[in-house]
Design a protein around this ligand. Structure first.
Ligand SMILES: [Zn+2]
Length: 281
């Protein structure tokens, strides 16, 4: 696997599980005749998605953004979401000569099971953190919400992905925008959840944004293409309006977590509004 170079950073676009979610829920108020032009639904109206963790070599450090999905939840969970290939992240790290112990920083954009599944693994009947030498960076608000669930978010926050990491003292809670390494900044992107964060890499005048679920796939770039899963959809809209002009103007690379086709895209604006074009890294 060859890295994508962004100035001094080496970026690896990994791909963990493929899965399926309801197409209507994925596109919110957008009617099916519109969204079905960009995503093909199966007999259960589900569209194909993937989870794409991003690995960054920053100087001597290895930074992993998102941990993908795990198999801890078993067959029923796998069936509901059509999950295939959970845990492929580990093979991809191995192919790069890395073991989980080599990862220095894990960045959890938020703690939903499709993003934070391999925060932990099952070993000898116990659930334990996987990245034992890493600090797991998460927004304080997100960790609070993941540990104080309600009926509307309970299906997404699974305690087994969160509690063992907290008990081991591996979470490092951050608040607001924080440059954690030179050129690597955590940026709050609320809307999908209140405590969601994205990651911005800047080097040699180039910018790459890991969008988290502010833009789950490139097809979600248009301002109103907001998931019904978002807890605060109007906040999603406001955050998009705050960042899109700069991202389009500087030609920022956008890495989305769930695009089934391309790991990278770029925002373009025309007379009909914003859309994203796929790029091959
Ligand atoms: Zn997601």
């Amino acid at each position: 696997m060859k890295p994508f170079k962004l100035g001094g950073f080496e970026v690896y676009f990994l791909e963990d599980a493929r899965f399926r979610l309801d197409g209507g829920a994925m596109f919110g108020v957008v009617p099916k005749p519109l969204w079905s032009r960009v995503a093909e639904a199966d007999a259960q109206n589900r569209i194909p998605l993937t989870i794409r963790p991003m690995l960054v070599r920053a100087g001597e450090r290895w930074v992993l953004i998102e941990t993908g999905m795990d198999d801890k939840q078993g067959e029923k969970h796998r069936k509901i979401y059509g999950i295939e290939g959970a845990g492929r992240l580990l093979e991809q790290l191995r192919a790069l000569g890395l073991s989980p112990g080599d990862v220095d920083l894990v960045i959890n954009t938020h703690l939903h099971f499709d993003h934070a599944g391999l925060n932990t693994v099952s070993r000898d009947g116990r659930i334990v953190p996987l990245f034992t030498n890493a600090r797991y960076l998460v927004q304080k608000q997100e960790l609070y919400d993941a540990t104080h669930v309600h009926e509307r978010n309970r299906a997404s926050y699974l305690p087994e992905n969160v509690e063992p990491v907290a008990e081991a003292g591996l979470f490092e809670e951050v608040e607001g925008e924080v440059e954690v390494l030179p050129g690597l900044t955590l940026v709050p992107l609320p809307g999908h959840t209140l405590g969601q964060q994205g990651v911005v890499l800047r080097s040699d005048g180039r910018t790459l944004v890991y969008t988290a679920d502010l833009m789950p796939t490139l097809a979600h770039a248009p301002l109103a293409y907001i998931m019904a899963y978002d807890l605060y959809p109007v906040t999603t809209l406001e955050v998009r309006k705050a960042y899109y002009p700069a991202w389009a103007e500087e030609g920022a690379y956008l890495a989305t977590p769930h695009d089934p086709g391309a790991p990278l895209g770029r925002l373009v604006r025309d007379e009909r509004g914003y859309r994203a074009e796929p790029l091959s890294p």
